[in-house]
Design a binder for this molecule. Sequence first.
Ligand code: NAP
Length: 298
Amino acid sequence: MPVQRILIQLDCDPQASSFDAIVAIDAGAEVLLQHGGVTPDSAVPLVHGAMFTRGGSGLASTAIFIGGSDMQVAELVYDRVRATFFGPVRVSVMLDPAGANTTASAAVVAAARHLPLGDPELASGCQALVLGGTGPVGQRVARLLAGKGVAVGVASRSLERAKAVCERIAAAVPEARLEAIATVDVSLAGSAFGTAIEKADLIVSAGAAGTVMLDAAGRLLASRARVLIDLNAVPPAGVDGIVSADKSQQSGGAIVYGALGIGSIKIKIHRTAISRLFESNSLCLDAEALLAIGETLA
Ligand SMILES: NC(=O)c1ccc[n+]([C@@H]2O[C@H](COP(=O)([O-])OP(=O)(O)OC[C@H]3O[C@@H](n4cnc5c(N)ncnc54)[C@H](OP(=O)(O)O)[C@@H]3O)[C@@H](O)[C@H]2O)c1
């Protein structure tokens, strides 16, 4: 009897994401086992179920996907899942809470079409600003760019939250060059926020859905930016003048991408990653591995 490709969806939210489920099925998962409200402790017996049923080459036909809206909880589940494996008794696993890893990878793949992110020396001369840098997506965009050698400003309404994200990224990417930036109670002119906009070669807007992160005045200040990316699909636009469907569109002096323009790259990365999970039993796909997949598709 052929062994079916089973994906175990471990979601930290009470209800497992239907988006992740549909992408999984479209990517070739034949059976989906969905679990909501998953914690690091409750994940362990579910992982044992994956480890101890199909031996040898059959293990590659079972895989685990970890999602949910809370990046930190999902990361803890991811760590516990990998710590539960031993020796060759393991299955492939992918971490993509709130679509953060695949979306951030797609944004970096898009930016790399126009900026020298593949060359560490040239990338180190690039300056990026991530608006909404404390959300799951923004955090991952900042981490991936920092890993490329880019100097990254992490913007938030709260300097403390931005600093906490910078510390988490620095723990994962010790060579990261990061600056925490507050966006409220500051005027654009002369503030750290205004300066960060002015000097950015790349601005990625990863604010909450339907939130204006860079208005017309902010956009005017972004005269150096060669690439502007707005990940928000819900009106009004996160960045003044960008529409969702923009994909490598010239707008003023910059190339712009909107949420749907990035979304099509994201879906490709997500589907390819799910199908790769079933090619071996030892893949661990976090942001950097998903970006590497995206770079092969670019
Ligand atoms: N295009 C795609 O394929 C795709 C896929 C997934 C997600 N997305 C989009 O990507 C964006 C980021 O997703 P996410 O889950 O990381 O977002 P999120 O957690 O909902 O929000 C990100 C950050 O936005 C800031 N924020 C929230 N409300 C705000 C307000 N009223 N004014 C200013 N800032 C505000 C918050 O930072 P502070 O509180 O620290 O300021 C928050 O951490 C969303 O727009 C989402 O819809 C797009």
